[in-house]
Ligand binder design. Structure first.
Ligand code: FAD
Length: 420
């Protein structure tokens, strides 16, 4: 790392922060700015506002007026969930929690002056900053694909119109056609997400287009819940899904959006729908703020505080924290720990020991739900798993149905916890 004034000051500040957490003695109400109103950012904003009873001034910067969850977007693809039910607005956060919701893009962070600038021309001062922008894609990670190709080869890995487009393409695919997914390398948002998506696409094609084929091109040797997915695919969609791992060219893939072709280990193949999920990194504003260490933003495991600047916290997918998967559940869990620590910094309130948890449910077919999850605690250097569980192959149909129903209860609960 080259040392400039900012990084020097930041590392000096980290050193002093580790001796005693800085308590803000600012005049007036201390200010928290949150960048990103998703699972991490909106939860943190809500908990800080709620638990500080108006003692902290909270501003949430988020460009969209309606947030569409990626979680359950696969169920929408499969016809198990309505599009409208994926959308959530920020009205309650503003009216019931007094959060200043600014619909704008954060485009700059001056960590010396402690200000955030927005595309709309605002400069917002902060005492503590929370950065929770989710993911961006790594340019060039899938040769032939860039963001200008997302209309012909959608990623559908940021929800909303991309998910609608992919659903339209799947439902209107030529009879007997091929749906191809280019799966991402680790680490990425929602480890089981691509494989749940394939299950939901297969569910639709089995009904509407039973001679269609699904091809997964995967750079990874293995994937989340693999035994459960492969068992489910053979029971529900026998012969429809082909997984090509790195040994057979899954890591050597190029795409040609103009001609709708994929090139696997030099072999050209025509496809009808191509869902490209590129390699990922922290949302760009984290990089602009200078808090990333390469692709992700490292944090301390006790509080989600940036390792580069103690006045900054990073939540959710953008953070590099250790063992937790990049999920909405994780982001929500991390946000509550960070909110507790931000309040302690600014008002001297009590800090509780950090405890984190996560469960990822996936739907493989009708009423066939599976899950994987764990509890986590801060280790010496990063967040570590302390106990875990996973569904088993061969479970009875009633348990699978109850697991699916549990996931619906989780969706209702977590969206209320995020957006109020
Ligand atoms: P996000 O929720 O993406 O929020 C980031 C927000 O920041 C966005 O609203 C964005 O507009 C905003 N933003 C970005 N840049 C800026 C900027 N410069 N200025 C202002 N705002 C900005 N997780 C689960 O727990 N369970 C599931 O079942 C599940 N299923 C999934 C299925 C799929 C297909 C996918 C793709 C993901 C799934 N996930 C699931 C993962 C989950 O969606 C993410 O891990 C979660 O949304 C991460 O939360 P976040 O707050 O880090 O980012």
């Amino acid at each position: 790392m080259t040392l400039n004034r900012r990084t020097f000051l930041a590392s000096a500040a980290v050193a002093s922060a580790s001796l005693s957490a800085p308590m803000v003695m600012a005049q007036g109400r201390p200010k928290v700015v949150v960048i990103g109103g998703g699972a991490g950012g909106a939860t943190a904003a809500r908990y800080i506002a709620k638990d500080s009873d108006g003692a902290i001034d909270v501003t949430l910067i988020e460009p969209t007026r309606q947030y569409y969850t990626c979680f359950f977007s696969n169920l929408y693809l499969g016809g198990f969930w309505e599009y409208e039910n994926l959308g959530h607005s920020y009205g309650t956060l503003a009216t019931e929690y007094g959060i200043n919701v600014v619909h704008d893009w954060a485009i700059g962070v001056d960590r010396d002056a402690r200000t955030v600038t927005t595309a709309g021309g605002h400069t917002l001062p902060y005492d503590r900053l929370i950065i929770a922008p989710g993911i961006d894609f790594i340019d060039g990670s899938v040769p032939g694909w860039d963001i200008s190709a997302q209309d012909s080869m959608p990623h559908a890995y940021k929800a909303g119109s991309q998910t609608q487009l992919l659903k339209y393409q799947v439902e209107n695919m030529r009879e007997g056609g091929t749906y191809c997914m280019v799966a991402p390398p680790n680490p990425y948002r929602c480890p089981p997400g691509p494989y749940e998506r394939v299950s939901m696409v297969a569910h639709v094609l089995k009904e509407r287009n039973p001679t269609a084929k699904i091809l997964i091109l995967d750079p990874k040797e293995n994937f989340s819940k693999r035994a459960l997915f492969e068992d489910g695919w053979s029971r529900h969609y026998n012969g429809m899904i082909e997984w090509i791992g790195p040994d057979f060219g899954g890591a050597n893939v190029e795409v040609r959006p103009e001609s709708m072709e994929v090139v696997v280990d030099g072999q050209v193949q025509a496809v009808d729908v191509c869902n490209v999920i590129p390699a990922q990194k922290a949302g760009r504003i984290a990089e602009i703020a200078g808090v990333t260490d390469g692709n992700w933003a490292p944090v301390t495991p006790t509080d989600m505080r940036s390792r580069i600047d103690p006045n900054v916290f990073i939540l959710g997918d953008a953070s590099a924290q250790g063992a937790m998967p990049k999920s909405g559940f994780s982001a929500n869990s991390q946000a509550k720990v960070a909110a507790n620590n931000v309040r302690a910094d600014l008002t001297g309130s009590r800090v509780f020991p950090a405890r984190y948890s996560n469960t990822c449910w996936s739907l493989i077919g009708t009423d066939d739900g599976v899950k994987v999850g764990a509890s986590y605690e801060p280790g010496a250097d990063q967040i570590e798993s302390v106990s875990s569980f996973i569904s088993q192959v061969g479970e009875d149909a009633d348990l699978r149905r109850r697991t699916y129903e549990e996931s619906i209860g989780w969706y209702e609960g977590i969206t209320a916890d995020i957006f109020g």
